[in-house]
Design a protein around this ligand. Structure first.
Ligand SMILES: *Cc1c(COP(=O)(O)O)cnc(C)c1O
Length: 578
């Protein structure tokens, strides 16, 4: 009986025997695995081609489309019930599954859309995306030579290129691609703890070594100190300058001296090399001098100097740029910005290691982060473990002996390497400088609107932060008062609330496909405290901080006309609220 029900699934072998069902399913399944041979139809090549064309249908029209994919702006996940799911009884066709996959992209932010300016979220470049896809097809595993073979060139050469940019000796340096800027932070901490507390790999961390970083440091310091077992309480925060947001060298010296006087070892000092909103760079050379002045107590290794440069790293591509001749023709207004960023980032030379996120200012897809270290012999031997019993060294390069991960996808290394090969110096220079051209343009436009003020005018980063007030307000005077005068604290809080409401309104408009002057509204975001007020330097008053609307014009499709439209949308949102 049951057999009959399955009748349509019977296949008859040449011998006349009926093949078992599993064999029939297996035969069908072949259509959904890539062919191991060239020529003929390849379900993978067809599938990718078809899938990308279908995905592209979710892109908006060139004129007037919103900055998200598809037409449905809402969240369609049924969060209450989504986990009440179970495995299908029957096999599906891969084309049907791909249809479902494409559906999940409905509503996703479109990172390449000129109206997308919400954060350091760049659109990935084509060379990097293709490199990533190819790495998924043949799946090199860069844990060791046998499974990576020549693909290892991507990681090895990336290390050389990045070390060379830092001014280090490429042959003596090295790198490991890992799981994000947070992974780089974790790598640095492990390196530091192993160097400073040599027993810790076997005995565990039994000493409260300190990790020193600034008040502006990224919150991933919590992840790393927590997961490494050092404990979050062992982070010491250094005050930052109220205007530049850079680490205060006077305070750093006090803290280092205090550690030294009390026999407390320092695992590492972390220089943050560009923060997301304030573009703060710490002075690495000065930090190095202070670290040399206050070495760790006898019995402990030398503290590590790490640059968390995952945002700021790519300014290093301006190495050797002739700022006088200005061969790429950047505007007079933009040149000093570039020069300042380059002069700040070149401090990575003094570090023991630095982090790079290609998925931020490398215009690449996730995850393509790389931890770069100056002394490969030291790093690789400090962290080395014995060889594995079931993997044989088939090449001179077997990083599994010292990496955090075991299997590592080649995707990140291929993405990073492809991007370095694609952009080169002039590509990085043009893309970064081009963002600044748009930024300076919008800053000048803001200055023509009396009720708007750019609140990070002296910051050289990629973001423009602005506040907008009710019509008739002189924004310049109002903001200055809010910044310096405690008597304006109530005003500050009122207009922080307005900024928040405008930010939410703009998000709602972006999501609902609202149009202003016939064009969709931008995808922006806002900061609930990119800096504090002058009278709140110790940050004790959690409300006396500055909120601002953020514009991060990261992608190459953005033009000055778009920047003007964005300002008009911000004004329209303000008009709705007051
Ligand atoms: C983004 C960022 C991180 C975290 O990096 P992920 O790639 O998101 O893991 C760490 N530090 C800084 C300064 C960052 O900007």
């Amino acid at each position: 009986m049951g057999f009959k029900e399955e009748e349509d699934k019977i296949i008859v072998l040449k011998s006349g025997e009926i093949a078992p069902l599993w064999a029939k399913f297996r035969a069908e399944m072949i259509q959904s695995f890539p062919s191991p041979y060239r020529g003929g139809r390849d379900s993978l090549a067809d599938g990718i081609d078809h899938a990308i064309r279908e995905l592209n249908k979710l892109k908006p029209e060139k004129t007037g489309g919103a900055a998200f994919l598809g037409t449905n702006p809402g969240l369609t996940i049924d969060f209450e019930n989504v986990k009440n799911s179970s495995l299908n009884a029957k096999m599906n066709s891969s084309s049907e599954v791909i249809k479902q996959v494409i559906k999940l992209f409905e509503g996703m932010p479109n990172w390449g859309h000129p109206l997308t300016m919400n954060n350091v979220n760049p659109q990935g470049n084509t060379a990097a995306i293709v490199a990533a896809i190819l790495s998924e097809i043949f799946a090199p595993n860069i844990l060791e030579g046998e499974y990576a073979w020549n693909i290892h060139q991507a990681e090895l050469e990336s290390g050389g290129i990045l070390a060379d940019l830092a001014g280090w000796e490429p042959k003596k340096s090295g790198c490991v691609y890992t799981y994000g800027g947070s992974g780089c932070w974790t790598y640095h901490l492990k390196y530091a703890l192993t160097r400073v507390l040599p027993d810790s790999r076997y005995k565990g961390i039994r000493t409260d070594a300190k990790v020193i970083c600034s008040q502006q440091a990224h919150y991933t310091m919590l992840n790393s100190t927590d997961w490494m077992g050092l404990g979050m309480d062992n982070i010491l925060r250094i005050k930052t300058d109220i205007d530049s947001n850079a680490m205060d060298m006077g305070h750093l010296e006090e803290v280092l001296k205090d550690c030294s006087d009390n026999n407390i070892p320092v695992a590492s000092v972390v220089c943050t090399m560009a923060t997301t909103d304030a573009n703060a760079f710490d002075p690495v050379k000065e930090v190095r001098i202070l670290m040399d002045k206050y070495p760790n107590p006898i019995g402990y290794g030398k503290a590590l100097l790490y640059c968390d440069s995952v945002i700021g790293w790519s300014w290093i591509a301006f190495k050797n740029y002739d700022f006088k001749l200005n061969p790429l023709g950047f505007s007079e207004a933009v040149l000093p910005y570039i020069e300042k960023n380059y002069n700040a980032i070149k401090g990575i030379f003094y570090a023991d290691a630095f982090g790079v996120d290609f998925h931020k200012t490398g215009f690449s897809p996730y995850i393509s982060s790389v931890f770069v270290y100056k002394n490969a012999d030291e790093f690789e031997s400090l962290l080395s473990r014995g060889a594995s019993a079931y993997l044989q060294p088939r090449s001179p390069y077997n990083p599994l002996n010292y990496t955090l991960e075991v299997s590592r996808a080649a995707t990140g290394s291929m993405v990073g390497w492809a991007t370095l090969k694609f952009l080169g110096h002039e590509g990085f220079q043009s893309i970064l400088g081009g963002i600044l051209e748009n930024k300076v343009y919008v800053k000048n436009q803001i200055a023509t609107h009396s009720e708007m003020v750019c609140v990070n005018p002296s910051d050289y980063g990629l973001v423009t932060l602005l506040r907008i007030y009710p019509e008739g307000t002189d924004a310049g005077i109002q903001f200055k008062n809010e910044l310096i005068d405690p008597a304006f604290r109530e005003d500050l809080i009122t207009y922080n609330k307005l900024t928040h409401a405008i930010g939410d309104k703009l998000f709602e408009w972006f999501r609902s496909g609202k149009k202003i002057n016939g064009q969709c509204t931008p995808y922006l975001s806002f900061s609930t405290g990119f800096r504090t007020t002058e009278y709140n330097r110790d940050m004790k008053d959690t409300e006396a901080v500055i909120y601002a609307i953020k514009m991060f014009p990261m992608n190459v499709h953005i033009t000055p006309e778009i920047m003007n439209h964005v300002l008009e949308c911000i004004i329209a949102a303000r008009n709705e609220l007051c």
